[in-house]
Design a protein around this ligand. Structure first.
Ligand SMILES: [Zn+2]
Length: 267
């Protein structure tokens, strides 16, 4: 298949097409940043990566953004947000490694003429190290005389409204804090990639409510035993569609607004 102007994935087009798109369209480049991290006994270690890729695909399709290859490793899973880094299969990277990756990728894109970048995270623990990498890149680029960059850091899970929360959970909502490996990601996977969910293994245990502090060395006996922080018995493809449609719609709105896509971009 030859590359077409409808193909938004950088890895699937030639340098010639990429160069043309960058110079003619001044596109946003979305860099999905995920993890390789357990998400309970029922969804795969690539859960964050699959969900992040599905969301980036849809946002790219609707806004005309290019999509860079995903960073599929993330900062270390933490007990309160990811169950902890002791689970087999978690392959995690240091803060410095992650921020260096972000810095390098931003500088590479800038060297090609890209001026609009969105690092789109699907893993809570990445958040601050993306910012570190972006700030380092902007400082280096500014020193090199490139000072017209605009870089967004977004985390998809921060785009849910109270309306969707109420529609999915009703009066059973506990806290977003216990959503790791739970209703949200399981539902999005059931909506977009149902073949990767083992429905027979969906956890039904009580939520593992977080303490307002951390103790290290962490004792795994005090954390989740399934890997999920709460049950996902109400997970469904229908709920996944509610989550997915809202988050992709609001991400598109944010990109259009922040990167002025209606007036100057390909949207
Ligand atoms: Zn995660």
């Amino acid at each position: 298949m030859s590359p077409t102007s409808e193909e938004n994935h950088i890895s699937r087009i030639t340098w010639v097409e990429y160069d043309r798109r960058v110079s003619e369209d001044n596109p946003v480049v979305i860099v999905p940043v995920a993890s390789t991290e357990q998400h309970g006994p029922h969804t795969p270690l690539g859960c964050d990566a699959i969900v992040g890729a599905e969301i980036a695909d849809e946002v790219g399709r609707r806004t005309g953004a290019l999509i860079a290859p995903q960073i599929a490793y993330g900062y270390k899973s933490q007990p309160r947000t990811g169950g902890g880094n002791h689970f087999p299969g978690n392959i995690c990277i240091d803060a410095e490694t992650l921020s260096c990756l972000v810095n390098d990728i931003a500088q590479s894109l800038a060297a090609h003429g890209v001026r609009k970048i969105c690092f789109l995270s699907s893993h809570v623990e990445n958040q601050w190290f993306l910012i570190e990498g972006v700030q380092d890149a902007l400082a280096a680029l500014d020193a090199a005389g490139i000072n017209d960059m605009r870089i967004a850091c977004m985390s998809y899970y921060e785009f849910f409204s109270p309306e969707v929360r109420d529609a999915v959970f009703g009066d059973k909502f506990i806290s977003w804090e216990v959503e790791h490996g739970a209703v949200m990601t399981t539902s999005i996977l059931l909506h977009r990639r149902p073949e990767v969910v083992d429905r027979d293994a969906i956890p039904e245990h009580d939520p593992v409510l977080p303490l307002p502090y951390d103790i290290y060395p962490f004792d795994p006996a005090r954390g989740t035993q399934s890997g999920a922080l709460s049950a996902s018995t109400i997970a469904s493809a229908e709920n996944g569609k509610l989550f997915f449609d809202e988050v992709t719609g609001r991400l598109c709105e944010a990109l259009i607004q922040e990167f002025d896509l209606r007036s100057g971009g390909p949207a």
